[in-house]
Design a protein around this ligand. Structure first.
Ligand code: FMN
Length: 186
């Protein structure tokens, strides 16, 4: 059976939900899939045993989770050998073209800092979960919602699941020979 590894970083849970969705979809496509939160990786994980790897992280204050940066740094040679898809989950990805540009900028910055060139990269619209957040977070989220003109205080999920299914299908359908260019770590 073909093997897919998913490693994700999540702060409020949306990227975990996305990882679970991708794992189910991959399973339907006959992939043997393992999904892990980057904060709780098993000590004996061996990414080199997977032919395809999805790394997903969400954006907070313009940055992706440090645990994901650590995973990429540690396993860069394995990520380069496999086919890898990087998903950057943010609110900006749900916005207008200017905001989407911002989402690509966070992504570009993360990948430049990591010295990683994944085979495929995609920005993904996340969610705002006011109800599950504490006072300070709600305050930060209200500011963010205002900035992004997401003018409500109710939980809202922007993730386009059909689009995500298509992105995963394209990635899983990539011929084994298509590895993209290797990472350039300086
Ligand atoms: C405190 C906070 C800061 C955020 N900062 C940004 C940001 O700088 N840019 C952005 O596009 N989205 C930002 N977001 C939106 C998150 O990326 C979005 O809610 C995403 O779905 C979170 O995914 P997670 O639940 O997996 O952590 C922020 C959200 C919170 C709660």
């Amino acid at each position: 059976m073909r093997k897919l590894l998913i490693v994700y970083g999540t702060t409020e849970g949306q990227t975990q939900k996305i990882a679970q969705f991708l794992a189910q979809e991959a399973h339907l496509r006959d992939y043997d899939c393992e999904a892990y939160n980057a904060e709780m990786l098993p000590a004996d994980i061996s990414p080199s045993q997977f032919s395809k790897i999805v790394v997903a992280a969400s954006v907070h204050m313009e940055r992706h989770q440090a645990a994901i940066a650590r995973f990429v740094e540690r396993y860069l040679p394995d990520l380069d050998k496999a086919q890898a898809l990087f998903l950057s989950v943010s609110l900006s990805a749900a916005g207008n073209p200017e905001e989407k540009y911002e989402a690509w900028e966070y992504t570009r910055q993360f990948l430049t800092d990591a010295g990683w060139r994944p085979t495929q990269v995609q920005i993904v619209a996340g969610a705002l979960r006011f109800s599950e957040s504490d006072f300070f977070k709600r305050w930060a989220m209200r500011r963010l919602a205002k900035e992004k003109r997401a003018d409500h205080e109710h939980d809202f999920e922007y993730t386009d699941w059909a689009e995500l299914r298509r992105v995963l299908k394209d990635f899983l359908d990539l011929p084994a020979s298509d590895k993209g260019s290797p990472s350039a770590r300086t």
